[in-house]
Ligand binder design. Sequence first.
Ligand code: ADP
Length: 218
Amino acid sequence: MICLENVTKIYKNTNITALDRASLSVERGEFLFVTGESGSGKSTLISLLVGDFTPTEGRVIVNGKDISNISRKKIPEYRRSLGIIFQDMKLLSDRTVFENVAFAREILYGRKKDTNRRVTSLLSFLGLTGLYQRYPEQLSGGEKEKVMLARAIVNDPLLLLADEPTGNLDPKSSAEVMDLFEKIHKRGITVVVATHDMMQVERLKHRRIELSEGRIVI
Ligand code: ADP
């Protein structure tokens, strides 16, 4: 599903080497944690997979597609095969939970009847039925994160990428959010989660790599 071949990323503006000859292979259906201290290159790795940046050197292949030099024009289409959760993402504040998730599907499929059915069954699968009519400001941090997760997978991505999904949560909410990742993974989606939340990493017992100064050390 993912293949990184000797990937180096140097940010031109700061001349920082955020990734240093990183090679990695992730099979379809795998669950991978990307760990490492702050500044070790986790976000950069996720950003390269999303197509936010191109590598300075090396190749990034996702689902058989070489995205190392993907053109800006092709990026939206590429991203449709991904579920993405970034720390700075927000829900639409003037829409309910249901509408937030439905909107993400309507962008792709238009206002089809099946959207309502799909969103209803997804929210129920994720245990979010009680939150349908709430607005984002009426949600706790953990609940918001769960809704973002629903929004990320409403279009049935092959690959779910998340950067610090439990970054601002207490241990109980973190565990609940991670349990949802687990549930989604069991449906066959490949999952990559960048996190420094070692409690969750150790609890879930999935494959883990560790970055240190841009190198994969474990
Ligand atoms: P992590 O997610 O593990 O905290 P990052 O990938 O965000 O690590 O950062 C790796 C290194 O790259 C850090 O030294 C950071 O300061 C630098 N960096 C990250 N993003 C940028 C950017 N857009 N421009 C310049 N330097 C960056």
